[in-house]
Design a protein around this ligand. Structure first.
Ligand code: GRF
Length: 208
């Protein structure tokens, strides 16, 4: 019998290149998963247009004019309908409340364009260059309610070269993001793992 595919909901606010990388990985069966919902808080987000072109279910739940609680309630209603196993944040520019995170405990994944715990938050590449650090990269992690915190699943490293610009660094990191995200999800879906303190540990003792 074919293995059950994991149900992914992707939340995004913009371009959606990480979403497209995940969708392509699902299509090519590189990831034993299917995308059951692509949801954005931004009307006209390019990622939603890409999802529509791919024939995937989409929803736009604008946060404009709503309190955080009202917005999350509306997002949760969409998610309950889609019944995902995993929520994948892919450039979703909203903090999630502790209630939301608790509802999907250890089932929300985020990608961030730095080697966390360094440089959480926004304007990451600008900060990397300002600090003159020599390596940067990206991190896929479980979401725990903090800002870009939560147990790390996969990291990828890129070198910060002399003369690097925000654009050149962003592009190098993004290329790594696209493969890191699918690798992280593949491991989360197919392997046994457990969270031990701050750490996520893969292995036979894992409980997933
Ligand atoms: C990525 O750099 C991701 O790490 C960050 O937001 C950006 C989203 O890019 N969280 P895209 O919309 O997936 O192209």
């Amino acid at each position: 019998m074919p293995e059950r595919r994991a149900r992914l909901a992707v939340l995004l606010s913009g371009r959606g290149s990480n979403f497209v990388a995940l969708a392509e990985a699902c299509e090519k069966s590189e990831l034993p998963a299917e995308i059951v919902l692509v949801l954005s808080n931004v009307e006209g987000a390019p990622g939603i247009a890409s999802a529509q072109r791919m024939g995937l279910p989409t929803a736009v739940v604008t946060h404009r004019g709503l309190s955080r609680r009202q917005h999350e309630t509306a997002v949760l209603a969409e998610l309950e309908r889609a019944s995902p196993d995993w929520i994948c944040l892919a450039g979703y520019m909203r903090m999630l409340s502790p209630t939301f995170v608790a509802r999907f405990e250890e089932r929300i994944v985020n990608i961030h364009p730095s080697l966390l715990p360094a440089f959480p938050g926004l304007s990451v590449h600008e900060q990397v260059l300002e600090h003159g650090v020599k390596v940067s990269g990206c991190t896929v992690h479980l979401v725990d309610g903090g800002l870009d915190s939560g147990p790390i699943v996969v990291q990828r490293v890129v070198e910060v070269d002399d003369g690097e610009t925000v654009e050149s660094l962003a592009s190098k990191v993004l290329e790594q993001e696209h493969s890191a995200y699918k690798q992280a999800l593949r491991r989360l879906i197919t392997e046994r793992w457990a969270v031990n303190g701050r750490r996520l540990e893969f292995g036979p003792r894992g409980c997933s």
